[in-house]
Design a protein around this ligand. Sequence first.
Ligand SMILES: CC(C)(COP(=O)(O)OP(=O)(O)OC[C@H]1O[C@@H](n2cnc3c(N)ncnc32)[C@H](O)[C@@H]1OP(=O)(O)O)[C@@H](O)C(=O)NCCC(=O)NCCS
Length: 154
Amino acid sequence: MSAMIDSSEMFRPMRADDLDQVIEIENESHAYPWTLGIFGDCLRVGYSCWSLVVGEELLGYGVMSAAVGEAHVLNICVRGKYQRQGYGRQILSHLIDVARVHSCDTMLLEVRPSNQGAIALYKDEGFQEVGHRNSYYPARNGREDALILARSIA
Ligand SMILES: CC(C)(COP(=O)(O)OP(=O)(O)OC[C@H]1O[C@@H](n2cnc3c(N)ncnc32)[C@H](O)[C@@H]1OP(=O)(O)O)[C@@H](O)C(=O)NCCC(=O)NCCS
């Protein structure tokens, strides 16, 4: 169904009144979710924060910083019942478009090695592993490393 929707009409800058739905999705999606305070800080400091909205429903969101030629994807998430319908790919694609407007030529992100679904999406979109960060994420049995993925968006 998502292919029927003009994606340019689905994205709008995230608003403070989106945060109730954002937090609901974040909490259902992650064992260690971002807090309301983190999302509020992202809006306050002017990160590129986007909501994917169809009708009244917020289906997902993306958060990115873009500066000095580099875009860093900080969060990308799709509500559980809408996953595997192409929305994650559309959010990523939207962030790439916005990053290009900000004259970025490289996009970076971190991902848990255990998050095979997200890694499959990123690799399918041309991201390659460029490094890792030790003990980056909290995890049930201590800490989990992060893979650093990057791609050219020039
Ligand atoms: C990762 C995430 C954003 C992907 O969004 P999505 O809307 O489900 O992904 P899409 O439907 O756009 O998938 C695009 C492609 O990515 C790959 N992919 C996505 N999820 C996958 C999964 N669970 N297993 C295997 N491949 C997957 C597939 O190649 C898929 O194409 P296909 O459906 O034609 O096979 C979503 O699963 C999510 O929000 N997860 C929870 C939050 C999270 O982990 N965010 C990423 C943190 S780095």
